[in-house]
Write a protein of this length. Structure first.
Length: 116
């Protein structure tokens, strides 16, 4: 049940990131202090949740680049040095992860059921 809630949180956080960044290019994103800071916060929350998923869940969802999510908090701690990595996480890693979760719901519906 906890795993389903975590996966749901990852999906919703990912969708929030997509909405925040969908119409921005990289210059607009980094120039927008509020959008940038909110996106950084959401990316960090998503990475933290992903890191706490049980190893067997991460293995079953092997299409997701979990190592990229694991490395993201360090990049977020030094955003000036890691602007490209953060941009790629927001615009590519996040949508891909959300799509993987949507696809996984069809294959592993039991992982996404919250009912006891």
């Amino acid at each position: 049940m906890l795993t389903a809630a975590m996966l749901g949180l990852i999906e919703q956080t990912g969708l929030d990131i997509i909405v925040l960044t969908e119409e921005l290019d990289d210059r607009e994103f980094f120039a927008s202090r509020l959008t940038r800071m909110q996106t950084f916060q959401l990316l960090g929350a998503l990475a933290d949740t992903a890191r706490n998923l049980p190893p067997e869940v991460r293995q079953r969802l092997s299409a997701v680049d979990w190592s990229a999510w694991d490395a993201l908090p360090a990049a977020l701690a030094r955003p000036t040095e890691n602007a490209f990595r953060i941009w790629v996480a927001a615009k590519e890693l996040t949508p891909f992860t959300v799509q993987c979760l949507i696809d996984a719901k069809r294959v592993y519906p039991d992982m996404f059921q919250i009912a006891p």
